[in-house]
Design a protein around this ligand. Structure first.
Ligand code: NOJ
Length: 704
């Protein structure tokens, strides 16, 4: 018998359930009594996993209880939300998405894994893959944005980064793709609310990122808190057992969200804990995160015949398998034993600065405002977020420390030693009097986005608008640094400011990254992974709309539009300015007549039409012109970045497999239909600036 079979044969039913039980420890355990209970639970085999604990010594101490003092010595699984960095904090995920850079998405996950594993952690509850199209929802900050193709690329890159080449390595973490699925579709953006999503939209938009995570080998998946049309995801057997385990063959661990199994009672699908536990277990949920529903409900569920020991064994087997894959049986102390390398830590800070500046989106900029002139001597830096290092870490910063983050004030001072930078947090309009430029930091505090942070309005909180208006009346050039975990609907600000820079929450190196962009030491290249609304009434807003029978036409009454705001977003998906100016010329598709199994080579020439070296971003979209189901006006199929010196031309190229033109057909299966497809290449999702070509997909020639 192998190790896992031997253990399964030796475990009592209580110990088996213990392997499925994850409880909070570390900083969330407040009273000494509770900690004693946790220790006792570990010794007696009633607890098999912990979350919210880190630190090599702390983890080693509890691991020792499991390995040396419990009957069978099964090591603990230690999980933590390592979302966008552990000690070194990188930009929040929505900001990272703006980089459109799979290699960097992977690198930051790798760096986070190294740090967290050094702190004894073996599993992260990331990446978050919820496609988000409604900025009222606070968790848009953790999301990859609105597009399923981008989310799928992020899924693969992050899974590779967290898990490394070998899950058993001392610096690898088990990744958890979450939250499965359609959490971003909660009604009216209200946290934890129900989602109404059609089967088609599930398959087209919300499932693909999870299939990408499974293809990349994710060790675990977390069902979302929510229900889809009355079916809570924690008990959603058709999607968990049917689609994930059945269709995709996912054999990793399903871990509930925090307390979610007990919350099946609140959902109104379980009458007591035994029913809740049975629903979750039978749907395939292996680990109960914190709700104690398995410990308290499964024995009774067994007595009532609601679950079988075979089902429990299947879950225990998956959990033990994960512990084995993580190398925990061979050396339970492997994580947390590594020697800290100062040089590696310095490299991670460099990486944080690099991704920080690559995540900054230049939303608007009047000619000559940015970068700041080297002649500049007097700057007024206004706003409470200007000297708030802790805020720069964003709403979910793991073990990141406020004191180790660089504030905007510090970053600017370091970058502009020749300048006098006068700073005031609030209404210090007089401070601006002799300034050559005012840098005004506006936006949300970090805690205004994230979990349980939905907002009904998308404006600036408090009295910030009054502050901005007062500054504008001075007639000085005003650069806005806009901090937020979501797009904010501020048309008046975009109209009046000389430049608006979306700085999100950029992490440990925020101040340096912002200074790099403001001074021109780094030429911005980030692009929006979401359509930015003009008004909250436009949400959910996303570029891949289906065509309507009455396409938007502002000049015709009976067309799809609003009376009070344009139908278009403030900034389209993919928008982002640079200090350079790029043009796209000469789009070619070869061959222009293709059949299944072939590839289309799409190429375009990009020209840097400016005096400044820079990096352009090109998006490849397709439109299936006539199909058996109305296809979106645009669908993203690829992104390329190209560095071009002033005046230089370059080529971008994609090999687009014909299979990428398949879609979910009328019977909800993938189909590839012959016909005409438009190929669009442009610098954003705004079709007005696309170059377009047409290709024809012919019928498959049957073999003779
Ligand atoms: C609740 C959140 O929804 C989830 O994303 C997170 O991983 C768990 N809490 C654990 O902190």
């Amino acid at each position: 018998m192998g190790r896992i079979d031997t253990l399964l044969a030796a475990l009592t039913i209580e110990e088996k359930i213990g392997q499925l039980n994850m409880v909070p420890a570390g900083q969330t355990v407040t009273g000494p009594g509770e900690l004693r209970d946790v220790h006792e639970g570990i010794r007696t085999g009633r607890i098999g996993a912990l979350l919210n604990l880190w630190g090599a010594d702390e983890v080693r101490a509890v691991q020792r209880l499991a390995v040396e003092e419990s009957r069978l010595g099964i090591p603990l699984l230690i999980g933590l939300d390592v979302i966008h960095g552990h000690r070194t904090i990188f930009p929040v995920p929505l900001a990272e998405a703006c980089m459109f850079a799979p290699d960097l998405w992977e690198k930051t996950a790798r760096a986070a894994a190294e740090e967290a594993a050094q702190d004894g952690v073996a599993m992260t509850f990331a990446p978050m893959l919820d496609v988000a199209r409604d900025p009222r929802w606070g968790r848009i900050v953790e999301s990859p944005g609105e597009d399923p193709w981008v989310a799928s690329e992020i899924a693969a890159a992050k899974t590779r980064g967290f898990q490394g080449h070998d899950l058993a390595a001392a610096d690898s973490l088990a990744a958890t793709a979450k939250h499965f699925c359609a959490y971003g579709a909660v009604t009216a953006g209200r946290e934890y609310a129900s989602a109404e999503v059609s089967e088609r939209t599930l398959r087209e938009i919300y499932l693909p990122p999870f299939s990408a995570a499974v293809a990349a080998g994710t060790a675990a998946i977390m069902p979302a808190f929510i229900d889809i049309a009355g079916a809570p995801m924690t008990a959603n057997a058709p999607l968990l057992q049917g689609w994930l385990r059945g269709d995709l063959g996912f054999d990793g661990v399903l871990i509930s969200d925090y307390n979610a199994i007990t919350e099946l009672l609140n959902h109104g699908v379980a009458g007591d804990l035994a029913e809740a536990a049975a629903l979750a277990l039978n749907a395939g949920v292996d680990i109960d995160m914190t709700s104690n529903a398995y410990v308290r409900g499964l024995p009774e569920a067994l007595r009532r015949g609601l679950v079988t020991v075979t089902e429990i064994d299947a879950s225990v087997r998956r959990v033990l398998k994960l512990k084995e894959r993580l190398g925990l049986f061979d050396d339970p102390y492997r994580r947390g034993s590594a020697v800290l390398h100062a040089a590696k830590a310095a490299k991670r800070r460099e990486l944080a600065r690099e991704v920080g500046r690559r995540a900054i989106v230049l939303l608007t900029c009047r000619a000559g405002i940015l970068p700041l002139s080297p002649e500049m001597r007097r700057i007024a830096l206004i706003g409470p977020l200007a000297a708030a290092p802790g805020e720069m870490l964003g709403p979910w910063a793991s073990a990141g420390r406020a004191l180790s983050a660089v504030s905007i004030l510090e970053g600017l001072k370091a970058a502009l030693p020749q300048c006098r930078i006068n700073h005031a947090p609030g209404a210090a309009v007089e401070l601006c009097a002799d300034a050559e430029v005012v840098v005004l930091c506006l936006g949300e505090a970090a805690a205004m986005s994230g979990e349980a942070a939905s907002r009904a309005a998308l404006g600036l909180p408090g009295h910030q608008r009054e502050l901005a208006e007062a500054v504008f009346t001075l007639g000085k050039p005003v650069v806005i640094l806009l901090f937020s975990g979501r797009p904010l609907a501020l048309p008046w600000l975009f109209e009046r400011a000389d430049a608006v820079v979306a700085t999100w929450f950029l992490g440990s190196e925020a101040g340096n990254a912002v200074a790099d962009v403001l001074t021109g030491r780094f030429n911005p290249t980030a692009r929006l992974p979401v359509s930015w609304p003009r008004d909250v009434g436009q949400v959910p807003i996303f570029y891949s709309q289906r065509p309507t029978g009455r396409p938007t036409n502002e000049d015709e009454h009976y067309t799809s539009k609003y009376l009070d705001v344009p139908a278009t977003p403030q900034f389209p998906f993919g928008h982002g300015l640079s200090y350079s100016r790029f043009g796209v010329l000469d789009l070619r598709c070869s061959p222009s007549w293709v059949k299944a199994g072939e590839c289309v080579e799409v190429s375009a020439t990009v020209r840097n039409d400016s005096q400044v070296d820079g990096e352009a971003t090109l998006f490849l979209f397709v439109r299936d012109v006539v199909a058996s189901v109305a296809r979106p006006l645009l669908e993203l199929k690829g992104v390329r970045k190209i560095v071009l010196a002033a005046g230089q031309d370059g080529q971008v190229m994609w090999r687009l497999p014909v299979e990428a033109l398949a879609f979910i057909g009328p019977r909800l299966d993938p189909v590839l239909e012959p016909g005409r497809f438009e190929i669009h290449v442009g610098q954003s999702a705004d079709p007005a600036e696309h170059l377009t070509a047409v290709i024809e997909l012919g019928r498959r020639t049957e073999p003779a």
